[in-house]
Write a protein that binds this ligand. Structure first.
Ligand code: ATR
Length: 259
């Protein structure tokens, strides 16, 4: 039986095992998917000793850490400098990125077109480079980024040609994406004033719980998108890479995440 798992910290909340095991079963693939809590210092050692594992998903905060231990990177992992999927093949540790696909596909489903649109990104963590690349693929005109620690936003801005805004300020936008971890804990609040915005798109990459950011935006008459479909699409692409089968995303699968 082939072994797969997701590494992260924290990892207890991850729904990847539930989803992948469901698909493994549905598609009659002889495999098992588990989760593993690691610390930063343990990541390298763990990957080097993972010869009996066929694939790994990587989540917060190790998407950049694992770059140091991959022996090869795919084009997407290389341009984003972010790895969320690892393939073990003939002694090689190959880092790949399916977050770009996940985010892009979730917006394509809604017929989003970036033409003449401005995106406003909150946060500058490991997933942001993937979001930026996906938005560029969708033809976005301008991307503004803001992060509490400004130099992280500035580094991304330099690399991807973004505009930096001081944390706490708000600009006009067509779509705003919360990529911070604020909202993961109940009653977490971004403390940014979006009350004047209406008919915009508010996207939160967090999929559980429904964040205050989305609750308030919806009440003000905006379109809201949570991270559920991005999560499902990145997982679907990882599954396809490992097993050569594109698993189905249907109501039953979506309901798995709601339980
Ligand atoms: P990492 O930076 O390790 O990739 P992440 O969880 O992907 O971690 O990113 C966390 C993001 O949420 C960061 O942009 C972080 O801002 P800093 O770079 O200033 O740390 C942001 N964040 C987390 N808690 C926050 C808070 N209370 N206020 C504002 N931003 C916060």
């Amino acid at each position: 039986m082939k072994k797969y798992l997701v590494i992260g910290n924290p990892i207890e909340h991850s729904l990847s095992p539930k989803l992948h095991n469901y698909w493994l079963n549905k598609n009659q693939v002889d495999g098992n998917y588990d989760k593993k809590l690691l610390t930063d210092e343990k990541v390298g050692e763990f990957l080097k000793l993972s010869q009996n594992i066929s694939g790994i998903n990587v989540t917060v905060p190790f998407k950049k850490t694992v770059l140091n231990y991959c022996t090869e990177l795919t084009e997407l992992a290389s341009i984003s400098q972010s790895v969320n999927t690892i393939i073990f093949s003939n002694e090689k540790i190959i880092g790949d990125n399916t977050d770009i696909y996940g985010f892009e596909q979730s917006l394509k489903d809604l017929n989003f077109n970036g033409l003449n649109k401005t995106a406003y990104i909150l946060g500058a963590g490991g997933v942001v480079s993937s979001i930026v690349i996906a938005l560029n693929n969708l033809g976005i005109k301008k991307i503004v980024i803001s992060n509490r620690t400004k130099n992280k936003a500035e580094a991304l801005a330099k690399q991807y040609n973004l505009v930096v805004l001081d944390w706490g300020k708000v600009v006009d936008f067509d779509i705003v994406i919360n990529c911070t971890s604020i909202g993961l804990k109940p009653n977490d609040n971004l403390a940014l004033d979006f009350s004047n915005f209406k008919n915009k798109i508010f996207y939160d990459i967090i999929y559980k719980p429904k964040t205050e950011f989305l609750i308030d935006a919806e009440a003000s008459g905006n379109q809201i998108i949570d991270g559920k479909m991005m999560f499902l699409y990145q997982a679907q692409k990882s599954f396809e890479i490992w097993h050569g089968i594109k698993p189905e995303i249907n109501k039953e699968v979506i309901d798995l995440l709601n339980d």
